[in-house]
Write a protein that binds this ligand. Structure first.
Ligand code: FE
Ligand code: MN
Length: 450
C-alpha cells in the first residue's frame, strides 16, 4: 500500500509537469499567503554587502572608498540590520532584492547575507526572494582589505548562488529556468513573481572584471511564455524583477545598463500581461515606461540601498481595486540605532552624515576630473571648485529621483555660468544633461489591472 501510494505520487507529479521543448513547468502552485489577501511588498536593490571579516577599515579600504561611487561599505552590517528592522516593524508579506546583493561577489559576503535574510524572515514572517546582479557571480574583483593591501577573495559560481539562496527563492520556485538563475515564485494566488537573471557572467574571468551588460536568452524568453500562460489560466498577475534596466532611464545611462534586447523582452513581457518590472543596477531612482499600442509597461529602477539617500520601495497590491501602488520610503537607520543604543554618532544621525559624505565624494571626483582635463587649465582653483560644486548639488537629486527644488538657484550660480561658457566636451555635456533631466515623478506609481 505504502509502495503503491508512493508510485502514485510520483506518477501524479509527473502528470503535473507540462513540457515545452526542454522547459518544464509545474501546474499546481502552493500559496503561502492566504487567498484573496491584500499584499505589502518591500523592494530593494544593490545592497552591495561587504562582510565585516573582509575589511579592517584600514588604508587600502579607505583608498577604495575614496575612488568608489558612494556605497556606504563601512556600514554594510548596519545597513542590513536597519533594513531588517524596517521589515520587522512594517511586516511586509514579501521582500524582494533585485541583485548586487554583495559588494563584489565575495563568498563570505554571500554567506553573511544569507544569514541576515534568514534572521529577517524569522523575525518578521516576510518571505524573501532574491536574484543575482552582475557583481554577485564569478567576480574577478572579489577582494578583502588589510592595512595597506588588497587580497583576492573567493567569489561564487551560479550553482553555489542557487545553493546559498535556496531558502530565498530557489527552493520555493514553481518553475526554474534551465538556462539561467531565473525562476517563477508564486507566494499568493493573486500575485506571482518572475525573478529574472539578466546577467552575463560567463566571460568574467577572461575580461578580468564583472561584465556590465545584461540580456535574456531566447530560451529564457520561451520559458517566460510558459510562465505567462499558466498565470493566465490561474488568474494571477505577474510582476517582474530583474537587475538590469528593462528600459532606458536617462541619456546618461543606457549602454551597459539597459538589457541588450530591450525591445524583444518588452514585447514578450507585454504579451504575457506583465506590465510592471522592478530593477536596480543604475543606482538612481527612475521610473520609465514603454507603450505598445494600447498597452504600457513600467520599469521602476530603484536606487541602491547602500547609497545616499538610502531608500527602498514599498508596493501594495489591493485585491478590491485590482491595482498596485508603489512609493519610495527612507531607510530608518536612526530609529534602528536608537532602538539598539548604538553609540556611533554617524549612525545616530545617518542621513546628514551619509549625505555629506556622498556630497564630498561626488565633489572630489568631479574636481579631480576637472584638474586632469587639459581643456580646463585656464580656470582658477576657486572656479574649478565652483564647477565641481554644481555637479555635487545636481547629483543629490539625480540619485534620489527627486525633483530638483533648487534648480533655479543652481543654474544662476557662478559655477553653472562657468559650465555654460566652458569649451565643449563630455564633462560639460554631462552637467547640462544633469540639469535638464525630465521633470517627472520617480518615487510613485499606480498601476491598475483589467
Ligand atoms: Fe550595483
Ligand atoms: Mn549592477
Amino acid at each position: 500500500m505504502m509502495a503503491f501510494s508512493r508510485i502514485a505520487a510520483v506518477f501524479l507529479s509527473l502528470l503535473a509537469l507540462v513540457s515545452c521543448g526542454d522547459q518544464q513547468i509545474e501546474q499546481h502552485p502552493v500559496y503561502r499567503i492566504q487567498a484573496g489577501s491584500d499584499l505589502k511588498i518591500f523592494v530593494t536593490t544593490d545592497i552591495h554587502y561587504l562582510s565585516k571579516s573582509l575589511t579592517d577599515g584600514g588604508a587600502a579600504f579607505q583608498r577604495d572608498l575614496a575612488l568608489g561611487d558612494g556605497k556606504q561599505l563601512r556600514y554594510s552590517e548596519e545597513l542590513m540590520k536597519a533594513f531588517a528592522y524596517d521589515v520587522q516593524i512594517q511586516k511586509p508579506d514579501i521582500t524582494l532584492i533585485s541583485g548586487d546583493l554583495t559588494n563584489n561577489g565575495e563568498k563570505q559576503s554571500h554567506l553573511d547575507m544569507a544569514g541576515h535574510l534568514k534572521a529577517m524572515e524569522s523575525s518578521s514572517g516576510t518571505q524573501v526572494y532574491v536574484i543575482p546582479g552582475n557583481h554577485d557571480l564569478l567576480n574577478p574583483w572579489s577582494k578583502s582589505f588589510k592595512g595597506q593591501h588588497q587580497y583576492k577573495a573567493d567569489s561564487i559560481s551560479p550553482k553555489k548562488f542557487r545553493k546559498i539562496y535556496a531558502p530565498f527563492g530557489y527552493d520555493e520556485a514553481l518553475s526554474k529556468d534551465r538556462h539561467s538563475l531565473s525562476y517563477l515564485a508564486t507566494p499568493s494566488d493573486k500575485l506571482w513573481l518572475l525573478m529574472l537573471d539578466t546577467n552575463m557572467y560567463r566571460n568574467n574571468k577572461e575580461l578580468r572584471h564583472p561584465q556590465l551588460e545584461g540580456r535574456l536568452s531566447s530560451s529564457t524568453l520561451k520559458w517566460i511564455d510558459q510562465c505567462g500562460k499558466l498565470a493566465k489560466q490561474k488568474g494571477a498577475i505577474i510582476v517582474g524583477v530583474m537587475h538590469h534596466s528593462l528600459l532606458d532611464h536617462s541619456e546618461l545611462m543606457h549602454d551597459g545598463f539597459t538589457i541588450q534586447n530591450t525591445q524583444k523582452v518588452s514585447e514578450v513581457l507585454l504579451r504575457n500581461g506583465i506590465v510592471t518590472v522592478f530593477s536596480g543596477h543604475i543606482h538612481i531612482q527612475d521610473i520609465s515606461s514603454y507603450k505598445q499600442g494600447t498597452e504600457q509597461i513600467y520599469d521602476v529602477a530603484n536606487s541602491a540601498l547602500s547609497v545616499y539617500p538610502h531608500q527602498f520601495g514599498i508596493m501594495t497590491y489591493s485585491n478590491a481595486n485590482h491595482a498596485l501602488d508603489f512609493s519610495t520610503s527612507p531607510l530608518h537607520m536612526e530609529l534602528w540605532a536608537a532602538a539598539h543604543r548604538v553609540a556611533d554618532p554617524n549612525l545616530q544621525h545617518f542621513k546628514p552624515y551619509s549625505g555629506s559624505s556622498f556630497g564630498q565624494l561626488s565633489f572630489n571626483g568631479s574636481y579631480r576630473r576637472l584638474t586632469q582635463n587639459l581643456s580646463y587649465t585656464k580656470y582658477t582653483e576657486p572656479q574649478l571648485q565652483a564647477m565641481a560644486n554644481v555637479i555635487q548639488r545636481l547629483h543629490k537629486n539625480f540619485f534620489a529621483g527627486s525633483r530638483v527644488e533648487d534648480l533655479d538657484d543652481i543654474t544662476s550660480s557662478e559655477g553653472y555660468q562657468l559650465w555654460l561658457t566652458a569649451p565643449p566636451g563630455s564633462q560639460k555635456n554631462y552637467v547640462l544633461q544633469l540639469a535638464h533631466q525630465r521633470d517627472k515623478d520617480n518615487q510613485h506609481l499606480h498601476v491598475t489591472f483589467p
